[in-house]
Design a protein around this ligand. Structure first.
Ligand code: ZN
Length: 108
């Protein structure tokens, strides 16, 4: 799945509509799946990159745990990482540190 940056109001409208459609599909799938299927999916995908499936490497940037994919350069922040960001007194400063870490980690 590719998420493109909208270029105008009409594009933004369709991007929001598409995101809402995907949220609805996710909600319906979660209702449909049995717990055993959810457990199997978790066992299969835990710690793996959502884009390429490679094993992700845990990294620390300014106290935030990032799962970094060395294969495609992607990164993932789990709920704990977001909680740390939201609870910090200066979340923008921490996010800057995370972005700087990400930039240096993905230099060619
Ligand atoms: Zn990847």
């Amino acid at each position: 799945m590719t998420i493109e940056k909208p270029s105008n109001t009409e594009d933004e409208y369709f991007a929001r509509e598409n995101a809402e459609r995907l949220r609805q599909l996710h909600y319906e799938e979660q209702k449909r799946l049995r717990q055993s299927e959810k457990d199997a999916l978790r066992a299969l995908h835990a710690g793996r990159c959502p884009q390429c499936g490679a094993l992700m490497v845990p990294e620390d940037a300014a106290g935030v745990r990032i799962l970094h994919c060395p294969a495609c350069g992607g990164a993932f922040l789990d709920n704990t990482a977001w909680d740390v960001l939201h609870a910090h007194s200066e979340p923008a400063r921490v996010m800057d540190a995370v972005l700087n870490w990400f930039k240096s980690a993905n230099k060619p």
